[in-house]
Design a protein around this ligand. Structure first.
Ligand code: PMV
Length: 345
């Protein structure tokens, strides 16, 4: 056999869910119990270089910023193994991978969405099965990303992305995310996300463990039903520009996510006292200024501030004057919303 090497490099943004995925369906790998929708964060991304080779060697040689990172390898090996079932190319090649995030490591920001998104884009490109940039290509990349980390499948689109079957979202699927194709109202099309770093420690309960606790959760059925309804509602708000209902829904989703954690058996919390202090400040600020500022939360203590870019100065003053004291080492990271993965080389 001729030994062949192919190389590609992709940049893939992280994403933040507006309606949350929390809980899996049985019968497959990472199938969501309800549909979710996210915005992608163009300025918080991973860049991954991948070399596929038929030379004899280990299945995976992985480095993070050029340095070996054995703790990351098992997860990526599992990912490659899962994809092998669907891709002869992955089955028959070995991979040399280097990845880097543009946001500091250990900030508690989930790097898996950007990381698995970038890996999936590289594989879909190298595999060469669908034309780069076609909708089949993005679907394939999203399908692969899902097998690494569920939420990562939403990272391959610049537009808002919906993952999970939903009667009101055309072509939606549990297998991969699809772009939300409807036109977004101008009052919701130019927003930013500033992530306030409250806690940068290792999470006490991983997402995998958290999802599993939905299996015997007393409120699981009600939560999944409500999330499905919320997808229908938010789809309308995004199109008709109903900002106040958009904010109310996004905040409710964040609090429902954490309520599900607090009512799991066994229960747990990921928010910290400073998380709550920030939420109180946001509500007081909104009451006083009437500015459209929302928060959302990931599976962690950090707070995502979502706001229209036209209020950047006011929000930035608010962060500096009121919120910085609650941030670990005064750290926060801002990003524009949007931004598709890019092929770099
Ligand atoms: O993709 P996972 O398994 O890490 O799950 C992430 C779930 C949340 O970030 C809490 C919500 C979401 O939809 O992204």
């Amino acid at each position: 056999m001729n030994n062949k090497q192919m190389q590609v490099k992709y940049r893939c943004p992280s994403n933040i869910a507006l309606v949350k995925y929390w809980g899996k369906k049985e019968g497959g790998i990472q199938l969501p119990a309800n549909a979710s929708i996210s915005w992608s964060l163009s300025d918080l991304f991973a860049e991954t270089t991948m070399i596929a080779t038929t030379e004899v060697g280990p299945k995976l040689t992985f480095t993070f910023k050029g340095e070996s990172k054995p703790s990351f390898e098992p997860k990526i090996l599992v990912f490659l193994e899962r994809i092998s079932e669907y891709s002869e190319f992955v089955k028959t090649h070995n991979f040399i991978v280097d990845t880097v995030n543009n946001f500091p490591h250990g900030t508690g920001i989930a790097s898996s969405a950007a990381g698995f998104g970038a890996l999936a884009m590289c594989i879909a490109d190298l595999e060469g099965r669908f034309e780069n940039g076609s909708s089949e290509f993005y679907e394939r990349a999203s399908f692969f990303a899902r097998l690494g980390s569920g939420s990562a499948c939403r990272s391959v689109y610049g537009k808002p992305a919906v993952w999970g079957e939903h009667p009101e979202i055309a072509n939606s699927s549990d297998m991969y995310a699809v772009p939300f194709e409807k036109e977004i109202h101008h009052s919701l099309s130019n927003w930013k996300d500033c992530v306030l770093i409250v806690d940068d420690g290792e999470k006490k309960v991983s997402s995998t463990q958290g999802h599993a606790l939905l299996e015997n959760h007393p409120y699981a059925a009600a939560r999944f039903e409500n999330a499905q309804k919320n997808i229908g509602k938010i789809a309308n708000y995004l199109q008709n520009g109903d900002v106040s209902n958009f904010i109310a829904l996004v905040e409710s989703e964040a609090l429902q996510l954490h309520s599900m954690m607090m009512s799991s058996i066994p229960y747990f919390t990921l928010i910290r006292p400073n998380t709550l202090a920030i939420l109180e400040e946001i509500w007081a600020f909104r009451e006083e200024t009437k500015l459209p500022l929302a928060f959302t939360l990931d599976a962690g203590a950090n707070v995502h501030l979502l706001y229209d870019k036209q209020y950047e100065t006011e929000i930035s003053n608010f962060i500096d004057n009121k919120l910085l004291v609650y941030c670990k080492n005064g750290l926060y990271l801002c990003s524009n919303i949007g931004g598709t993965p890019q092929k770099i080389t």
